[in-house]
Design a protein around this ligand. Structure first.
Ligand SMILES: NC(=O)c1ccc[n+]([C@@H]2O[C@H](COP(=O)([O-])OP(=O)(O)OC[C@H]3O[C@@H](n4cnc5c(N)ncnc54)[C@H](O)[C@@H]3O)[C@@H](O)[C@H]2O)c1
Length: 329
């Protein structure tokens, strides 16, 4: 180890402050933490990343330009599951490994997703807003509501979070269908989930919930054409990534009454413009990308990401490399 301490950059630092334990772990390997606030611009990231040895990244976009200007970075450790904010190809070209934390918030996101489903199906936030504005609505003013038991939930993507949702929904007596070309059909069968393709899911579900990564292939997978194929009155839930949905098409489908409601933890642009028409629609329940948040998950997320940095500086094998990453610097 050189006499100079390693410099580890923490992005979105005020939103995700390090704990005492995180600081101890880093100082034990001779590393000091520098922070950059949430919403930092690309130029600021380019500048600060020039002389850092590792990046602990939450939401900041680690673009090709940021990576190309890194002079001694040895690891990019994403604090989280999705890694669409990091240019993995550019990191591989510079031989910088990228790690992620695939398993820290499965309970939280599955709970939150079911919370949004129930909220939209029971019109809880909608009714709450109205009561606070001094309306004590009769049933007619609340609009159509249907019994949850017997409805069909369609899970697009059947990885860790969707499987936890299927397990937790089993007490609701709903029919669960899922599409995921990369998951063994036996996994679905064992959980009593019907395997369907995307088109059948879209046409048959009363609730469509997204649980797949954002990639060029999945971007805007819910778009105008797809919304039109859904049943009238469908509810759309997204706790994955905002850009999976064409937001303009969702707004139009809600305004026309074809889509009944949406529960969204993620938006195409974050932090969003809070004048965004979608956010203001009474049929839309929005949470501020907080589905993963609990004290427990946040602590586990940072500890696991920091553990990868420790392994990297100690020359040990990294545990959770993202697909397409190089194995070591
Ligand atoms: N809101 C939050 O705070 C939050 C927190 C954690 C994860 N997430 C997001 O949740 C999503 C799912 O996370 P996970 O832990 O279940 O991931 P996972 O990797 O376990 O599962 C994703 C699944 O999507 C499938 N998939 C990929 N392309 C597909 C396609 N075209 N059609 C159907 N399925 C496809 C994969 O085969 C995989 O099984 C990710 O987008 C992640 O970024 C959000």
């Amino acid at each position: 180890m050189s006499n100079q301490p390693y410099k580890v950059l923490l992005t979105d630092a005020e939103r995700f402050p390090p704990s005492e334990e995180d600081m101890k772990t880093l100082s034990a390997i001779g590393a000091e933490l520098v922070g950059i606030p949430y919403g930092a611009k690309e130029e600021e990231l380019v500048e600060i990343c020039k002389d850092i040895d590792a990046v602990l990244v939450f939401a900041a976009k680690i673009t090709a330009r940021v990576i190309e200007n890194m002079q001694r970075c040895r690891i990019i450790a994403r604090c989280g599951i999705g890694y669409d904010n990091i240019d993995i190809g550019a990191a591989a070209d510079r031989r910088i490994p990228v790690t992620f934390v695939p398993d820290y918030c499965i309970e939280e996101v599955s709970d939150h997703t079911i919370g949004l489903m129930i909220d939209c199906l029971r019109k809880i936030s909608f009714s709450n807003e109205r009561v606070k504005r001094r309306y004590w609505d009769n049933y007619e003013q609340l609009g159509t509501m249907r019994r949850i038991a017997g409805q069909t939930v369609g899970l697009v993507g059947f990885g860790r979070i969707a499987q936890a949702i299927a397990r937790k929904l089993s007490g609701f007596n709903m029919r669960i269908v899922a599409c995921d070309p990369f998951v063994d059909p036996a996994v679905m069968e064992a959980m009593g989930v019907a395997r369907v393709d995307f088109d059948e899911l879209i046409r048959s579900a009363n609730v469509v919930s997204l649980h797949l990564p954002l990639t060029p292939a999945t971007r805007h997978c819910l778009n105008e054409k797809v919304f039109k194929q859904m049943k009238r009155g469908t509810i759309v839930i997204n706790t994955s990534r905002g850009a999976l949905i064409d937001e303009r098409a969702l707004i139009d489908s809600i305004l026309s009454g074809h889509i009944a409601a949406a529960g969204l933890d993620v938006l195409e642009t974050e932090p969003p413009d809070l004048e965004n028409e979608l956010v203001k629609l009474p049929q839309v329940v929005v949470t501020p990308h907080s589905a993963a948040y609990t004290e427990e998950a946040l602590a586990e997320n940072k500890q696991k990401a920091i553990a990868e940095i420790v392994r990297c500086f100690k020359g040990q094998a990294l545990k959770n490399l993202v697909p397409g990453s190089v194995k070591h610097a």
